[in-house]
Design a protein. Structure first.
Length: 686
């Protein structure tokens, strides 16, 4: 960091400065953004002329935003059930369950919280074939630590001002480099055509094609904004330096490709990926970005890579990263013409070892039973050595754990949530959509399951709501040294944290998943139908089925049949996208009682149909979780009953139990899409 930059930073954010002044420094860029109208020349994605990809390091979604209002966080009404019978939040360390906890250290957002294991091997161990119950043995008790609004207020302010994606996943169940390869190239070379795959941060020099090369060929401008550190060559470790406040932390993963390593000065790959600021020599970390924005020369595609101390990689404090973010946004919003045409994607490459409760979508594999209507080629690593001799446990590549994603732009203001399934290839997909340059490296399964991020925007609206910014805390480092890690420990008595009350506006989605379940004797059969415009992944969980959990992928417009043999009792849970959930429990010898949900025409209601296939009448109780009401009814032998039930802003959560069979249960929950904005799940803020 240059001396002037350092002096200004320490003066403005130092210990002696009032928090109101700091709030003004960090809030002014977002407040200014709210006053700049979006470019709406075409009211389409073509109004986006600049895309800024800002990938930070190693934080999980629950770890940052589990308490945030209106996202699928700690108040999730239908978390996965573990083999223990408890929810995914109850992770066991061999002695007791540990729930998510907020560490007790003061000024938590400025603590140097310890780094956890985030290797391919140990992350797959935590995933445990989809059982998702080995987080503490693989990651330690610190995995359950989380931050609240009081700890990282600027992150929360951005979520409240713009759009947060609460189903954005990293791409690989593994470390930094493989995940960044998905963002920079669309994949990790699973077919081994260019030296991959890399699952262990083996920075050896690969040669499969990258997306910036395709942009270059298509005449789309691009650039990496970074600091050179000790040099962007092998002698300078490609920007990774011992001084954590300069360099690029090795996060410009394009530099691990031979075509960039061998590029010569004057060539496009060299000038756009191997140049940067020189803070170690007294330069300003942001001078090149500032100059390009001021001159109206921001490229069509920009990648921002921070020095280590500002990446938010533990053990570095999250609020160091907040300061860096604020500077970037301050620069981008300083030129109204540039900002009116700019979309910023702020996300995290992987979760470090920090816990998130949502089981990531994943393909069926030789180790995970199930089926898919789309090809799963390129999604399985068989454990054999790669071109560089590395080997590790076999496993699927992803999706990885949920990580925070914020869409910051004039078309995404207003504190929205978008709950479509995304991963790092969604960044490439958005660029494909905008610039017409297709990546050959994205697998068919990811194209089916992960969206292109366009649903996070409203290009047609006439304006956006100005953000309301909460107070912020001081983000100033007290020195430029490395510090020992703070090791959080869970409390002796652990309880579930609460989530902020209320809802937030929710972007419309293209999901229309349905499942019709039939029990015939000792077999449970389901037909998954997906007439929607988005592919859907469903995980089927049950300790009473012979295998599993099971993975099913139903492409857009497709259907898929599945069946499982049952024992004397069954309890099967199905988890799909955007809160879609089905649970079926009972005894095999009882008559089959079927329940389905369909839209009630164009009204905001559902038709809840109950069918009794047995030879005797049954007395049932229907409970509506949103209204808190229940209704008793009788269904005759071979008969049906249909109830028209209002949704709660499009959401339904209906449970059927039997007054004569305590084991019987049918629960159906989800959201009816109507092509218009809705709200987030009200149960998340109840």
């Amino acid at each position: 960091m240059g001396e002037m930059d350092r002096r200004r930073f320490l003066q403005v954010a130092g210990a002696g400065v009032a928090s109101a002044a700091i709030a003004d420094m960090l809030g002014q860029s977002v407040a200014r953004a709210a006053t700049i109208p979006a470019n709406r020349a075409t009211r389409s994605i073509r109004d986006v002329e600049h895309v800024v990809v800002f990938m930070q390091e190693n934080r999980a979604f629950d770890h940052y935003f589990g308490t945030l209002r209106g996202v699928r966080g700690f108040a999730d009404p239908h978390p996965a059930l573990l083999p223990s019978g408890r929810s995914a939040f109850h992770q066991n360390n061999g002695t007791r369950d540990v729930l998510p906890y907020r560490p007790t250290a003061p000024n938590l957002g400025m603590q140097f919280m310890e780094d956890l294991d985030h290797s391919w091997k140990m992350t797959h161990e935590a995933f445990n074939g989809g059982r998702y119950d080995r987080w503490l043995p693989a990651k330690s008790d610190a995995t359950m630590a989380y931050y609240g609004r009081q700890d990282i207020p600027f992150h929360f302010a951005l979520a409240d001002a713009f759009t947060v994606c609460d189903q954005y996943h990293c791409s690989v169940l593994g470390p930094t480099d493989p995940n960044r390869y998905y963002m920079f190239t669309g994949g990790d070379d699973p077919e081994r055509t260019g030296g991959g795959p890399d699952l262990w941060n083996d920075e050896k020099g690969y040669w499969w094609g990258t997306y910036p090369e395709q942009l270059e060929k298509a005449g789309v401008s691009w650039k990496v904004y970074q600091d050179v550190g000790d040099g962007l060559d092998a002698n300078g470790y490609w920007g990774w330096t011992g001084d954590a406040y300069v360099g690029n932390y090795g996060d410009n993963s394009l530099l691990y490709f031979k075509q960039y390593q061998e590029a010569q000065p004057g060539s496009a790959l060299y000038e756009k990926a191997r140049t940067g600021t020189d803070a170690a020599a007294g330069g300003d970390l942001f001078s090149i970005l500032r100059g390009d924005v001021a001159a109206g020369k921001l490229p069509q595609v920009s990648y921002i890579v921070a020095p280590e101390a500002y990446t938010e990689h533990s053990n570095w404090p999250p609020n160091f990263g907040a300061w860096y973010m604020a500077n970037v946004l301050d620069i981008l919003t300083s030129n109204a013409d540039v900002w009116s045409k700019t979309a910023v994607f702020l996300m995290y490459d992987e979760n470090d070892g920090f816990f998130d409760h949502v089981v990531p979508p994943h393909p069926n594999t030789p180790r995970i039973p199930g089926a898919s209507t789309v090809s799963t080629a390129g999604e399985w690593y068989d454990g054999t050595p790669t071109a560089y001799g590395s080997s590790d446990v076999p496993g699927h590549f992803g999706l990885g754990v949920r990580v925070p994603m914020l869409v910051i732009s004039p078309w995404s203001m207003g504190g929205w949530v978008c709950s479509e399934t995304f991963d790092h290839t969604s960044i490439v997909r958005f660029l494909e959509k905008r610039f017409g340059v297709r990546s050959p490296n994205i697998t068919p399964w990811r194209r089916a399951v992960c969206g292109d991020l366009t649903s996070a925007f409203d290009f047609a609206a006439t304006g956006g709501a100005a953000p309301a910014l909460p107070p912020t805390a001081s983000y100033a480092p007290t020195d430029h040294e490395r510090h020992d890690s703070y090791v959080p420990t869970p409390p002796a008595v652990n309880s579930m944290p609460s989530q902020e009350r209320g809802t937030r506006p929710s972007r419309p989605l293209g999901y229309a998943l349905d499942a019709v379940a039939t029990k015939t004797g000792a077999v449970l059969s389901v037909r998954f139908a997906n007439p929607g415009s988005l592919g859907a992944h469903v995980q089927v969980r049950s300790d009473l089925l012979p295998q599993g959990p099971y993975s099913y992928t139903i492409g857009a417009g497709a259907s898929l049949d599945a069946s499982w043999p049952l024992g004397a009792e069954y309890d099967v849970q199905m988890h799909g996208p955007a809160g879609w959930y089905r649970r079926l429990a009972g005894t095999t010898g009882a008559a089959d009682i079927r329940a389905t949900v369909t839209p009630a025409g164009s009204s905001p209601n559902v038709r809840f149909r109950i069918e009794n296939t047995g030879s005797a009448a049954v007395s049932l109780r229907v409970k509506d979780a949103y209204r808190g009401s229940s209704e008793e009814l009788s269904v005759g032998a071979g008969g049906t009953r249909t109830l028209v039930i209002p949704t709660h802003g499009g959401w339904y959560d209906l449970t059927v139990t039997s007054t004569g069979d305590p084991r019987f249960l049918r629960e159906l929950a989800g959201r009816l899409e109507n092509g218009h904005p809705l709200t987030s799940d009200p149960q998340l803020g109840a």
